[in-house]
Design a protein around this ligand. Sequence first.
Ligand code: XMP
Length: 499
Amino acid sequence: MSQTVLVLDFGGQYKELIARSVRNAGVYSVIKHGSMPAQQIKALNPIGIILTGGPNSVYGKNAVSYDRELFNLGIPILGICYGMQLMCYVLGGEVGRGSVGEYGSVCVTPTNGGKPFTALMSHRDVCLKPPLGFTVTAATSNNIASFENAEKKLYGVQFHPETAHTQGGKEIIKHFLFSVCAAKGDYRLDGYIKNQVSRIQAQVQSERVLLGLSGGVDSSVCAALLSQAIPNRLVCVFVDHGFMRAGEGDEIERIFKEKSLNFIRVNAAQRFLARLKGVTEPEQKRKIIGEEFVRVFEEEAKKLGSIPFLAQGTIYPDIVESGGEKGAVIKSHHNVGGLPERLGFKAVIEPLSGLFKDEVRKIGRKLGLPAALTFRQPFPGPGLAIRIMGEVTAQKLETLRRADAIVREELLRRKKPPSQFFAVLTDTFSVGVKGDDRTFDRVIAVRAVQTDDFMTCAYAPIPHTLLRKISERITNEVEGVSRVVYDITAKPPSTVEWE
Ligand code: XMP
């Protein structure tokens, strides 16, 4: 068991960033709600605690509750932003409105004569007076930027060392981990794989496990991990709904057929197309695809006879975001949502539920999956069906597949491709001229976005020469397309996908 650092969440937006910075430094971390009772914290036996930022004031009615005993446990604590203010307030210092709020990059000067550095700040309240026994260790031109009580191993920073915008932020976190908490740096992904493999073997014994494989990063890495643990008793069912991108279904089949596991590809394209006949409303499309997926999966599971375990590629952020720690958390858009109950599985196995996405990708590489798969950009469960406006038909799918392959090929040539990019088949027809003939064909929209988290995004500033090339190639190589447009809308107000 690795040493653990506990991240107590007070509602700030960077809790996962904090937990990941700790793990990247080689120390295991977990995120728990800020109100966790001190006795439970003690039972976890963390080597250190980090208090996150949060949107409230310590005086606010909506502030997250906390157990003040937390500061008497003798465990080193680093309070960040709100976390620092909470420490200040509880231990008898003074918190209040500073003369000005500080948002964005702010210059911070250490009091020991060290070099000033820029740090990311985002706060209105500040620590006006540190608690007794604390010394101020850095300040901005207006406010206290950090303080400490080294004897009690309590530290507070008003800025955010977990973000890349704070110079030397990583070192500040490492200093807390290694010099203050005496961390050994014993968290390794190899260890995680080994632990999970033996846990799965112990749990599954001689039974079989069923995994719904979508070909996305999470379920693919889950398959690779399970295939290492129980190579002959894993059954992967890949429901090909026929809305995958060009060559994708075959690629997934090829990769997993090579592994020593039982891989079943269900070619259900005709079924899905039949269900979508005449359907044009986006939400209805999504619902029908979700339902049909469950139905196909159920039928396959039945054919396989009784399999007691269902495996899912749930990852740590899925659990943290839903606010729960226990039980099987299934994303609402998850492909196999609702299956455990309906099919009566004895248990759900989620071997990646302790990992962040970047760790899942690394594990995938370690388990021998190709980079093209582990670094795949997100692809929606309903696939190309929600990138075709109006009714989905076999012919429209073919047109979109070919246009999309060109967009992907051209953008993948770039040193730094956008975060996500694809083609959309609009339901608009426009007049064109090919040879000496008038055409009246479809409009393809190209979508490419830049984002870290897909919650918001900006359109990617693709050079005009490349846009021209993409347009020329699509209109020349794809039949039935007369015009190509580039989507320059941000999210919000639009979304990444068109439906
Ligand atoms: P939107 O369109 O909501 O997309 O801005 C944000 C990100 O989520 C992806 N997306 C989905 N992923 N199932 C998924 O697994 C879905 O139903 C789904 N819909 C959108 C989208 O590709 C983008 O990366």
